[in-house]
Write a protein that binds this ligand. Structure first.
Ligand code: ZN
Length: 317
């Protein structure tokens, strides 16, 4: 069984509201899509856990404090069972976790508002364990415009500074939610490959969050990887299903090559799921579907995890 990497989930949100959802990461839950037992049965080995604060609507929110709070709740949850899951800090700790057959948890910022325009806070987040950094969510922030902005622009001078600093620190840059001009600029400025943790093909489903063929080619030139999302709205305008998701894999393979393909479910961040993959325990259906589409064993290994592992190997210390 190949190593499975899922580049995006919002399980931190469930953890922040455990009581409301009656949610316990270590138990099998009816709420949400991811918990440890379901990760086990789904065979996910490496999970990115997003720390997203920008969707919080309150005007007076302290994004920095909110992000630190979310990071702490993720870490304290995983630390309850250090023999089962490890918070990954670098290449060595990832290798060790996989060797010991533990789950690997990777902490990721989704949306750079917690930096509050202060580059020094980036060092703090890296110190706290952030290894992937998404520049924007849907809105505008100090770094750039998100895909939810009308006539969006590119990176601000601060955003460009952050990109260079992420390269210096060995943090993976995530361009999911970033508007098109920003993505092009990241491709020009960053010396490392970047990822798009959760998005699909615009050609098959014209959603502003999806990637055009042009963007897919840029991603592929940079040796980056896109994690395909299970969110129905990113898959089809009408009646999304597994087969239509598989078409996105086939299309992106034809435009950007199989070495650009990965998975980024967006579980626990989506209100609806595909009927065939209602939670993380149903991953086997995706794998079977990809096999049926004619991807070879080697290609399957790359798509399910090896492509993202290659980016980690290249970018992280
Ligand atoms: Zn997202």
């Amino acid at each position: 069984m190949p190593i499975v990497v899922d580049a995006h989930c919002d399980t931190a949100y469930l953890l922040m509201h455990q009581d409301k959802f009656n949610y316990d990461f270590w138990q099998l839950n009816s709420a949400g899509h991811i918990d440890f037992p379901r990760m086990q049965s789904g065979g996910v080995d490496v999970q990115f856990f997003a720390v997203c604060t920008e969707y919080l609507k309150t005007s007076k929110i302290d994004y920095y404090r909110s992000a630190v709070k979310m990071i702490n709740i993720l870490k304290s949850t995983f630390l309850q069972n250090p023999s089962k899951i490890a918070v990954i800090m670098d290449k060595a700790s990832l290798k060790q976790a996989l060797r010991q057959q533990k789950k690997a948890a990777i902490l990721a910022i989704e949306g750079g508002a917690p930096l509050q325009g202060n580059i020094h806070l980036l060092d703090k987040f890296v110190h706290l364990g952030i290894r992937v950094f998404g520049l924007t969510w849907n809105k505008k922030n100090e770094l750039a415009d998100g895909t939810g902005i009308k006539n969006p622009g590119g990176l601000t001078p601060f955003g460009k500074k952050v990109v260079r600093k992420l390269n210096e620190l060995g943090v993976i840059i995530d361009c999911a939610h970033l508007a098109a001009k920003g993505l092009e600029e990241v491709a020009c400025i960053s010396k490392d490959p970047f990822i798009v943790s959760h998005a699909n093909a615009y050609r098959l489903c014209p959603h502003p969050r999806n990637l055009t063929d042009e963007q897919l080619r840029i991603l592929s030139q940079k040796k980056g990887v896109v994690g395909l999302s299970f969110y129905p709205d990113f898959i089809a305008v009408d009646k999304a299903n597994l087969d239509k998701l598989l078409d996105h894999f086939v299309h992106i393979a034809s435009v950007a090559g199989t070495e650009s393909l990965g998975v980024g479910s967006d579980f626990d961040g989506i209100k609806r799921t595909l009927p065939e993959i209602p939670d993380v325990s149903f991953y086997y259906r995706l794998i079977k579907g990809l096999e049926k589409k004619g991807f070879s064993d080697k290609e399957l290994e790359c798509i399910l995890g090896a492509n993202f592992l290659r980016v980690m190997e290249q970018v992280w210390p």
